[in-house]
Design a protein around this ligand. Sequence first.
Ligand code: ADE
Ligand code: ZN
Length: 352
Amino acid sequence: MNPIDFDAIPRERLPALLRAAPKAELHIHIEGSLEPELIFKLARRNGVAPAYPSVEALRAAYAFTDLQSFLDIYYAGASVLLTEADFFDMAWAYLERAAADNVVHAEIFFDPQTHTARGVDIGTVIRGLHHACQRGHAELGVSATLILCFLRHLSEDDAMATLEAALPYRHQFIGVGLDSSERGHPPEQFTRVFERAGTLGLHRVAHAGEEGPPAYIEGALDRLQVERIDHGVRCLESPALVRRLADARVPLTVCPLSNVKLCVFPTMAQHNLPALLEAGLCVTLNSDDPAYFGGYLNQNLTAAFEALPQLDARHAYAVLRNSLEASFATAAAKAGWVAGLDRAFARAAGGA
Ligand code: ADE
Ligand code: ZN
């Protein structure tokens, strides 16, 4: 195929092109896709009292000042999930939205400890989510896999027990991650459990550098042996770390709407995405917790590109291509998706 003439694609055409192009989502917490309407439906179905009197009152509470202020509401929302059908319904609703956004592949985080702490069996969680992933592939054409995340505000022993409890379902998830309250919970506290995950052949990722310092990104790389960094936006505070991440092409799964909603950046126009891309980093864009942060993947892409005039068609292509290549899918699947991406951009450049 001829090289794509990016200069022939004007900025005005980018929102439509970003929406239509094939893409992967690598940073989505499935519990963060739980819309208020579904929270209330599941609360009724399960006889659980919702923490807010109405959908409107719940939505009105989504005014966050930092990560912790969000997590408190996010964990309360997840408390309506009890049965395998609940987990299926939540993941299915996400996959339908992902398909509508032309997501061809999703690597979906889930937080088992949020549920097992309430007495829900880990098998109930994984079976419901996995069933939705299988059906998503068969009926929606979205390739979907699961990544089990450990809550870093809990102990490493708890994480280890969670991993062991998940082992009967080892082939229903592809990796492990680390999420929840970042400040005061450095990655190295989870060295042993990530080592164990490595011996089991699981992929490893971790949230780092969302609110935490660059040293947490280094800790995730050096001690947890992660293959991707979730968020990572604070890496720019360390030029040596930026060089390391760029040279090793360590993907950063950046979440623009999340970063603004959680006050990591005051506005989208002040997001450091242009600087991350200029530094040669392998950036992907993602939705994090779309039900709480004002949009799914396409809304993250268009909000960022509309607010940041430095970004052009080359950047649009780069973030989408990075998403496909930074995924844990097979080389053959990636090549097929990248060919589709190339066709979409070539058509746009040709004026079609
Ligand atoms: N869990 C859900 N969303 C998260 C985020 N943005 N950071 C850390 N943990 C999370
Ligand atoms: Zn996240």
